[in-house]
Design a protein around this ligand. Sequence first.
Ligand SMILES: CC(C)(COP(=O)(O)OP(=O)(O)OC[C@H]1O[C@@H](n2cnc3c(N)ncnc32)[C@H](O)[C@@H]1OP(=O)(O)O)[C@@H](O)C(=O)NCCC(=O)NCCS
Length: 187
Amino acid sequence: MMHILIETPRLYIRELLPEDEKGMFEMDSDPEVHRYLGGKYSTSIDQERAYINNVRQQYIDNGIGRWAMIEKSTNEFVGWTGFKLLHGPINNHSNFHDFGYRLARRFWGQGYASEAAYASLHYGIANFGFKKIYAMTDVDNVVSRKLLEKLGFKFIEIFEYNTQPYWRNPNEPTTWYEYDVKRINNK
Ligand SMILES: CC(C)(COP(=O)(O)OP(=O)(O)OC[C@H]1O[C@@H](n2cnc3c(N)ncnc32)[C@H](O)[C@@H]1OP(=O)(O)O)[C@@H](O)C(=O)NCCC(=O)NCCS
């Protein structure tokens, strides 16, 4: 398989590729997946095509972008995880790396997000020299918040977006998490 960055027991983590559009559409057309993401689920595969093109442009412009998770045993697209450079300002931060993950529903509850996120986070720290990484999620997204905390992210505060990204609606309270590499390494 091309472009593999990381191998975990059950997954390959690799660049997002145009061939992922069907798996992405299965994931993003599911309202349940978008429950804590502003509810704007995808209605056309063109949206996935544009998303993948946008991420692939980020690889060129920023050297990094979200990565695909592929199930080794089936070669199926599971979801994405990893880093995105955000220019902001968001919650008074500019030009920072955001960490995130999203999985198609049939892959939930099997530890895949934990497996992929842990490996990707540490790959990013080792290969890109990140000092601080940030993450955001809906206050009610308990599974995502639990996962961030398990990965070592620290809850900092709740904020409201001044400019709304596609995955939030106005006035929805959003949690802000920080992963401070120095603090974790000194523990
Ligand atoms: C959030 C998400 C990525 C979790 O994926 P997942 O593969 O099911 O997560 P994991 O199986 O690795 O579980 C992570 C932790 O949450 C717990 N968990 C999983 N599902 C749970 C549920 N329904 N209720 C309570 N806890 C749950 C797990 O037990 C695990 O904790 P543990 O290691 O202490 O046992 C997935 O639900 C998803 O894609 N949601 C939609 C998109 C989204 O909200 N992304 C994050 C927004 S920023």
